[in-house]
Structures are given as C-alpha cells and as structure tokens.
Design a binder for this molecule. Structure first.
Ligand SMILES: NC(=O)c1ccc[n+]([C@@H]2O[C@H](COP(=O)([O-])OP(=O)(O)OC[C@H]3O[C@@H](n4cnc5c(N)ncnc54)[C@H](O)[C@@H]3O)[C@@H](O)[C@H]2O)c1
Length: 291
C-alpha cells in the first residue's frame, strides 16, 4: 500500500503565483468547448495535476485539459506560462522534492474536500546530452532525480488521494525504447517504463490506471538547442517525415486521462511519427531506394 499523504505543509515549499487565490478551485462554467468535452469524455470538472507545465508539452497538456473543462493544477519550478491559461491554477513545485509533493498533497486534501484527485501527469523532465564516456556523476544524479525519482515521489504523494477512475500518465520518451546516446536521459526514461508497469500493477485494484506516453522529437524549448545533425537524423528515421508538436502529445495524454481509455493501463504509447515502429527501417529503405 502507498502511505497516506503527510498533513504538514513545509513553509515556503508551495508558492502561489500570479492570480492564484486560496485553495478552493474555481469552477469555470462555459469554459469547456463542446468538441473537446466530447472528445475526452468525463474530463470536465476533474482535478488534474500536471508537472513541468511552465512551457513546452506540459503547458500544452494544461491547455488541452482546461479546454476540456478540467480543473488543472499546473506546476513547475519556473514562473509558468500556464498561469495565463484560463482555468489553470499554477503552483510552484520541484518534482524532485519530496517536501514539495507533501505540501501539494496536503493542500489538495483540503481543497478537494473528499472528492478524489482524478489525474496526474508526470511531465516534468530535463535532458543532458553527455555520452557514456563523459557523463559526470552530478549530471547523472540530477537527470535521474527529476525524470525518474520525481514521478515516483508524485505517485507516492498523490495516489492516496485518488480513487476508481483516476488516471496517471507518465511522460517517457522514444529514448526509452531505443539506445539514444544521452545516457542519463535514456536511462531515466527506461526506468520510468519500469515505474509505470509496477504502478499499474499496484494501483489496478483501486481502479487507478497508469500509462506512459513516449514522445519522439517534439518542437519545444527542450529541443530548441538540439544539434542540427540530431534533427536531420530524426527526420530520416521518421515515417511521417516531420517533427512533432506539443499539442499532438497533449491530445494523447488527454485521451488516457479520459473515460475513453477506461480499460487501458500499463500501456506504452509512442507519439513519434512512427519512428519507433520503423526502428530504422525507413532510413535503410530510403537509402536503398536512392542507391
Ligand atoms: N521535446 C521532446 O522532443 C521530448 C521527447 C521525448 C520526451 N520528452 C519529455 O517530455 C516532457 C516535457 O518536455 P518538453 O519537451 O516540454 O521540455 P521543456 O524543457 O520545454 O519543458 C520541461 C518543463 O519541465 C520543467 N522542469 C524542469 N525541472 C523541473 C523540476 N525539477 N520540477 C518541475 N518542473 C521542472 C521546466 O521548467 C519546463 O517548464 C519531459 O519529460 C521530456 O523528457 C520530450
């Protein structure tokens, strides 16, 4: 069994940002579009926590969920762009900090007033592109702390607040399905697959689903400084012959959080333009065709 959420709030660990008022979540009638409510059944009015929602995919996930009528608690270590999205509350949370998770759990326990927390998206992540021969211990530890320990701490802290029908989505990477060269990042995402399978097994009896989405190369601040050769190679490996958009990952996440996915747990879903499926075969086929 996962332990109950601690009740103490560590002073200073949970900092309300711009425009946030109190603990009660405001209801936003009329905010959800009919189209997105239909596309993601059951999402409306559910409380869902998203980590790393200050930009990139996390902000897109917060936006898509809010448009479907969810009460989104967007968290990040930075002053978040998500704070300006209608229907999204922003809270500062370092995903690798146990105290921050405990504080969020305590705050949610009070604000949910007996209602279950319906969703958690473990999206926060950092990359570090050193190879096996040169990666330094401090960087290795930092990447694993955010990308792997963070989701474990989040599940430990928030699963006790969940109930039947709740859904956890971990954001992995196509690097978790291959041997992508940034060794700390790739290792952390392989570990996240293991965490997903264990959590799905442990929490299934409580009706809580746990899945992992594996984005391919998505245009976000994380990839803005990727080597040009990495982009070129990725395109050569990707059947859809383009890079991905944050919204395309967010749509898959919203689906997994919704009642359209009620028998889906322990699953791994690549959102990568077919690159994982092709496993390099496109590159070879194109080479042969051009020879
Ligand atoms: N962009 C890609 O191509 C790609 C591919 C595969 C997987 N991913 C994964 O998708 C997720 C989102 O990545 P992105 O592309 O939006 O990156 P991003 O850098 O644009 O956004 C990541 C966010 O996480 C936040 N963050 C960093 N450390 C944190 C911490 N300790 N606690 C809380 N928040 C923290 C950052 O402030 C940032 O807002 C990550 O888990 C990443 O590994 C990204």
């Amino acid at each position: 069994m996962l332990r109950a959420a601690p009740s103490g709030i560590r002073a200073g660990s949970l900092i309300p940002m711009r425009g946030i008022s109190g603990c009660r979540f405001p209801h936003h009638p009329g905010r959800a579009s009919v189209a997105s409510m239909t596309r993601y059944p059951g999402i409306a009015d559910r409380t869902i926590v998203v980590t790393g929602a200050g930009g990139g995919q996390g902000a897109a996930e917060a936006r898509v969920l809010a448009e479907a009528g969810a009460r989104v608690i967007a968290t990040d270590v930075t002053d978040a762009a998500a704070a300006s999205i209608a229907g999204v509350e922003y809270r500062r949370l370092d995903a690798s900090d146990e105290g921050d998770w405990a504080a969020l759990a305590a705050s949610l326990t009070e604000s949910l007033d007996g209602e279950p927390l319906r969703g958690l998206v473990n999206n926060a992540g950092i990359t570090h592109r050193a190879r096996l021969g040169t990666v330094e211990r401090a960087d290795w530890d930092r990447v694993l702390a955010v990308n792997l320990t963070g989701p474990m701490l989040g599940i430990q802290a928030l699963a006790p607040l969940m109930g039947p029908g709740s859904s956890i989505v971990n954001i992995g990477s196509s690097a978790a399905l291959n041997a992508h060269y940034p060794v700390a990042y790739t290792t952390s995402k392989w570990g996240l697959r293991g965490l997903t399978h264990v959590a799905a097994t442990e929490l299934g009896a409580r009706g809580i689903r746990v899945n992992v989405v594996h984005p391919g190369f998505i245009e976000t601040p994380m990839t803005a400084n990727a080597p040009e050769a990495m982009r070129t190679a990725q395109l050569a490996l990707t059947p859809l012959e383009r890079l991905g958009r944050a919204e395309e990952v967010a749509e898959a996440v919203a689906f997994l959080l919704s009642d359209a996915a009620t028998y889906l747990t322990g699953a791994e879903i690549p959102v990568d333009g077919g690159a994982t499926s092709s496993a390099g075969a496109k590159f070879m086929a194109d080479r042969i065709a051009g020879a």
